[in-house]
Design a protein around this ligand. Structure first.
Ligand code: MN
Length: 202
């Protein structure tokens, strides 16, 4: 999907709606994927209806160069385009607990050990950052242009596409990602999510 251009379409989930139970329940997945994600796609397409010059670009090309977006639709394209990008990455970056993908590959594991001391230390630091997101947003693990790992918090539907930072994993901490099951307990969601976060296997 991320390589496609306008009009964007909802990519199917790469696993069943109940595949991440009990950490993410099927009802949340239906609302989050079929309603919230779909709405970002609809709103992005609606904003791009009015911008022929952006219709031949991929979402990454649009978001990585915001200066090319006409001012009349800039806010909408950045917010809804960011919503599409972040949700695509988020759903792709989850996998069933027994998938074999919830441990980093050896290259990433050695970088994590080098930067954070251990995988547990990394998870603890990332989780703490996720609890610090004020209001709605995301916590990202990124690699900078020198290959150094960093944890970054983003507000609302910001992305890092206009910076030289490669996303590795991300966590959606908008309330819609967890409220049906966890209510206000973001901490419990963040604790459970490690069972279904898919790390790159390189
Ligand atoms: Mn979301």
């Amino acid at each position: 999907m991320l390589c496609s251009t306008y009009p964007f379409e909802l990519p199917p989930l790469p696993y069943d709606y109940d595949a991440l139970e009990p950490y993410i329940d099927a009802e949340t997945m239906h609302y989050h994927h079929d309603k919230h994600f779909q709405t970002y796609i609809n709103n992005l397409n609606e904003a791009l209806d009015k911008c022929p010059k952006l219709q031949c670009l991929t979402l990454e090309q649009i978001l990585s160069n915001p200066g090319q977006i006409p001012p009349s639709v800039c806010e909408s394209v950045l917010h809804n385009g960011g919503g599409v990008y972040n949700h695509a990455r988020f759903f792709e970056g989850l996998a069933p607990a027994d998938s074999g993908k919830t441990m980093p590959g050896s290259l990433l594991m050695s970088k994590i050990r080098c930067t954070f001391g251990s995988l547990d230390n990394f998870k603890e630091k990332f989780s703490r950052c996720a609890l610090d997101v004020f209001g709605s947003g995301y916590t990202y693990l990124v690699s900078d242009s020198k290959g150094m790992l960093k944890i970054v918090n983003l507000q609302n539907q910001q992305t890092l596409l206009a910076q030289c930072l490669e996303p590795i994993i991300l966590l959606d901490v908008w309330e819609h990602a967890y409220y049906l099951k966890y209510k206000n307990a973001r901490k419990d969601y963040v604790t459970g999510i490690w069972n279904v976060i898919a790390f790159p296997q390189a």
